[in-house]
Design a protein around this ligand. Structure first.
Ligand code: NAD
Length: 499
């Protein structure tokens, strides 16, 4: 099968001509090149779509110096002026949403509707939510409990919230715009300045966001972008002594490297890492809701979603009906180039990722698992994997324990509610979980008992800029979104005065 690319719009073509020819470093408000470059490709065709600067330690040094230089001015900007810029940014993203969706699809492979109707509106909401939060930063006045009070005087004590400082943001390739917005919006609201290292596979929209932020009125140097490889630009940023916090989203393995690199100056670290999120379908579940819900939870964006529902636990009484429905949904998905409006499932981001996913499926087959539907690669570029459902697995198989990050669902049946909670919690990960039931009692009990940063009831993948999202266990620590994210870009300062 050949996945030809539909023509690009004028806006996207103009952007590629402007920023896709090696001049994509944004440092101190200026666009420029690095000493060397790398190529970014369209995963559906394998064609090169742009050449990007391969930044390294020297470029990171310059970008961190720019962010540090811009910090006093940005920190001193009044909250309402920070809010206005964030709100203007939300408006600009909306005004350019078709172009951004097209660039994201071209670079990542996702079907157009995923960016256009889910992820980019999600990014807009991040900027709007944190525009409000910028004007709601509060310290406290606290009655001092110190026994000693100087004669004729009094202790006055209060706290202030101050920006953490220079933030290094490092993001992965699965949902670039929204994951970037989840770092930028709270950091900017808090008064921090930023150096962003986008994923090497999907840097294009980060550059467009840099242009739009300047148009929104963000002063030069507050937001800097250094494109490049993880082991070069990423490692240099994580270890840089001039960076106060690393806000990282990516794999658990890289998260460990970030902690090591960050220890030199004890920089703050927040880690949004991998997952192997369970979905528990109880016998009383509404199957009209559960079948498309479960299928979408694993096949949306080709399963390249940190919170994808990749482990299914379904009660034996409804196992066959549920799996039949999910398999039919999988078979009905239209695969193709993401820019074709008919496409419901695009390629995986790279040939390497497709090989990795295929390896998991082959190992599971060899260990005795059954492929109920899907299970194969297809297409000329080698990055398409069929939506796949696997049964007859055992809890120790890598396909059950490890993050596959592809359209692969492993299904197991259960009979006992307590046993299924134990099975769901038997994982190194703890990012998200969902429970499908009409019983309030099951819903509450399971929401309490599941070891996960988010538990969804009768839904999955419900992102909201107002709701904290992040992991427990080896899915990381810290939270994106919600008030919790703003707090993570703020320090407490205590002031204690004799007046
Ligand atoms: P990855 O860890 O390989 O890369 C993520 C980013 O880190 C990239 O920008 C990469 O260049 C950079 N990087 C790689 N090595 C580095 C190093 N030594 N030092 C500094 N930076 C380095 O992850 P990926 O394959 O791009 O993304 C998929 C992973 O991201 C999955 O595990 C997925 O679950 C996770 N993810 C988590 C969330 C969440 O919110 N928890 C969201 C999306 C994706």
């Amino acid at each position: 099968m050949v996945h030809t690319r539909p023509p690009l719009s004028e806006a996207a073509t103009a952007f590629l001509a402007r920023r896709g020819r090696g001049e994509g470093l944004l440092i101190a408000g200026t666009w420029r090149a690095a000493a060397s470059t790398f190529e970014t490709v369209d995963p559906a065709t394998g064609d090169c779509i742009g050449v990007l600067p391969r930044g390294g330690a020297a470029e990171i040094d310059e970008a961190v110096a720019a962010a540090r230089g811009a910090l006093p001015g940005w920190k001193a900007t009044t909250p309402v002026n920070r809010a206005k810029i964030l709100w203007a940014m939300a408006d600009l993203i909306e005004a350019h949403i078709d172009e951004l969706a097209e660039l994201e699809t071209l670079d990542q492979g996702k079907p157009l509707f995923v960016g256009r109707w889910a992820e980019i509106p999600g990014a807009v909401n991040q900027f709007r939510f944190f525009a409000g939060q910028a004007m709601a930063i509060e310290g406290q006045t606290i009655e001092s409990s110190i026994d000693y009070q100087p004669a004729g005087r009094k202790m006055a004590t209060w706290t202030r919230r101050e920006p953490v400082g220079v933030v290094g943001a490092i993001v992965p390739w699965n949902s670039p715009i929204v994951l970037t917005a989840m770092k930028l919006a709270p950091a900017l609201a808090a008064g921090c300045t930023i150096v962003l290292k986008p994923a090497e596979n999907t840097s294009l929209t980060a550059l467009r966001l840099g242009e739009l932020l300047a148009e929104a009125g963000l002063p030069a140097g507050v937001f800097n972008v250094v494109t490049g490889l993880g082991g070069e630009a990423g490692a240099a940023l994580a270890g840089h002594p001039g960076v106060d916090k690393i806000a990282f989203t990516g794999s658990t393995q890289t998260g460990r490297a970030i902690i090591d690199a960050a220890k030199g100056n004890l920089k703050r670290v927040s880690l949004e890492l991998g997952g192997k999120s369970p979905m528990i379908v109880m016998p009383d579940a509404d199957l009209d809701l559960a079948i498309p819900g479960v299928a979408n939870a694993i096949f949306f964006n080709g399963g390249q979603v940190c919170v994808a529902g990749s482990r299914l636990y379904v009660h034996s009484a409804i196992r066959d009906a549920l799996l039949e429905g999910v398999a039919a949904y999988a078979k009905g998905l239209v695969a193709g180039h993401g820019l074709d409006p008919a496409t419901q499932m695009g390629p995986l981001v790279s040939a390497a990722q497709a090989q990795r996913v295929e390896g998991f499926i082959a190992d599971a087959r060899a260990a005795g698992a059954t492929v109920l539907t899907g299970g194969s690669r297809f297409g000329a570029a080698g990055t398409f994997i069929q939506p796949t459902v696997i049964t007859d697995v055992t809890p120790d198989m890598p396909i059950v324990r490890d993050e596959v990050f592809g359209p692969v669902l492993v299904a197991q049946a259960f009979d006992d509610a307590d046993a299924v909670i134990a099975a769901a919690n038997d994982s190194d990960y703890g990012l998200a979980a969902s429970v499908w039931t009409q019983s309030l009692s099951h819903a509450h009990r399971m929401a309490d008992a599941l070891e996960a940063g988010t538990v969804w009831i009768n839904c999955h993948l419900m992102y909201d800029a107002a709701l904290p999202i992040g992991g427990v266990k080896q899915s990381g620590y810290g939270r994106d979104s919600g008030r919790a994210a703003l707090d993570s870009y703020l320090e407490w300062k205590t002031v204690c005065a004799v007046v």
